[in-house]
Design a protein around this ligand. Structure first.
Ligand SMILES: [Zn+2]
Length: 418
């Protein structure tokens, strides 16, 4: 029986009951008339006339981090951390432990893995001045344990160990993805895989991920290799993929590896590409590569909606020796799908400043801190002024940390207490 029928039945029986009792008819009829319609009437009136509950919004909390840049001194720290642990060569976990609560609190956490993991090659970390990297597999275990579940690979260090090293690294991460329900993207085994748009569904919200790189340090994928990395200049491919992702998912997050290292300047070509990406359907652009925290802004679309770009998140972890390389930013925002309209919007958009700290000139006790856990005392005892080889900006202090943040993260987006 549908609700309308129940309702009219109940009303009819109730009326009959009133008529019968009003007529002073015998108790049997009156009792039966009281019992049945009272239940039915109660049920019917509570469900009428507002039977449709208002659908709730769906919400996903997202956190991201910039370059996980495993310099020589970073993995030497992990080696020192492993000292005394049976069968453990590298323990990276202490390096990240101060930000674990942030990553764990997110429904989706995205990391730019700057260095490849090629197990048949020697571990390398840019010692001796050559910027060639290859990281121990234990770094993957640490960042997975930390709570990251999306890993972007599109960056300039992909071919540091040649095409075979890249293929090995992709296979390594694909295996980790299968074992741990991760999303890995940005470097692909072949063309077909590069067209397989990665989507994660979290809290009922579908989020698509795409990742592109500006260059591969002057190298390119060999002609006889099937490996595929989509470059920023392939705008026709990027446009097609963003539009397709936008149809497949509620939200589209794009990782863009771009910009000039060691500057905070956002060039016109990046602003232009960011505007194109947002108008094609990107909701959030996570910029990386410059090793500096850069500004961020809303980008309006022609239809009145808007997307958001973080031009560069800076370093998540590194062992660099210029002060501006040691302050990064972790994007922090909510993706909300409106329960009534189905439209997607961003809320609570901002960035948590982070600081890479080490105790002395040999980078001891290297750790990443969120701003809220860092202190003027720690800043005053930073090992940067004694680090070797020295950078051009080796000064470090609480004031320097604050001025880097104030100059690069607009006040309305600063999440200093988180
Ligand atoms: Zn880079």
């Amino acid at each position: 029986m549908n609700l309308k029928k129940i309702y009219s039945f109940a009303v009819t029986v109730a009326l009959l009951s009133v008529i019968f009792t009003g007529c002073g008819n015998n108790q049997t009829v009156g009792q039966a008339g009281d019992e049945i319609p009272v239940q039915e009437t109660t049920q019917a009136t509570t469900e009428e006339p507002t039977t449709e509950p208002v659908p709730e919004d769906k919400r996903v909390h997202v956190i991201a981090a910039g370059d996980n840049l495993i310099h020589y001194s970073v993995y030497k720290n992990a080696e020192a951390n492993a000292y005394g642990q049976d069968g453990v060569n590298y323990d990276f976990k202490p390096i990240y432990e101060n930000v674990k609560y942030l990553v764990e609190s997110a429904d989706v956490a995205v990391l730019n893995q700057e260095t490849i993991i090629s197990e048949s090659n020697q571990v390398r970390g840019a010692d001796g001045g050559q910027l060639i990297f290859n990281s121990p597999p234990e770094v993957a275990d640490a960042v997975i344990d930390l709570g990251f579940d999306v890993f972007t690979m599109a960056n300039n260090h992909l071919l540091d160990m040649g095409a075979y090293g890249l293929e090995e690294s992709i296979n390594f991460w694909n295996k980790k993805a299968d074992e741990n329900n991760l999303t890995v993207l940005g470097a692909y085994l072949n063309e077909e895989d590069s067209e397989n748009i990665r989507i994660r569904e979290v809290n009922g919200v579908k989020i698509a991920f795409l990742a592109y790189a500006e260059h591969i340090n002057g190298f390119s994928i060999p002609a006889d290799s099937s490996l595929r990395v989509i470059m920023n200049y392939e705008e026709d491919v990027i446009e097609r993929q963003i539009k397709k992702a936008n149809e497949m998912a509620d939200a589209v997050i794009v990782s863009a590896h771009w910009g000039v290292e060691d500057t905070h300047e956002v060039s016109d070509d990046r602003i232009e590409l960011a505007n194109k990406m947002v108008n094609w359907g990107a909701d959030v652009i996570l910029g990386c590569h410059t090793h500096t925290a850069e500004t961020m802004e809303w980008i309006p679309r022609d239809d009145g909606t808007r997307g958001f770009v973080y031009y560069s998140m800076g370093n998540f972890v590194c062992a660099q020796t210029d002060n501006f390389n040691l302050v990064g930013e972790m994007p922090d925002f909510d993706i909300v799908v409106d329960g009534v309209t189905g439209e997607t919007r961003l809320e609570d958009v901002g960035a948590i400043p982070t600081i890479v700290h080490y105790d002395d000139g040999s980078f001891s006790n290297l750790r990443v801190y969120p701003y809220s856990k860092y202190t003027p005392e720690l800043a005053g005892s930073h090992g940067l002024p004694y680090a070797y080889p020295a950078g051009s900006y080796p000064q470090f202090s609480w004031d320097i940390v604050n001025s880097i943040i104030e100059n690069n993260i607009p006040e309305e987006f600063r999440k200093m207490d988180k």
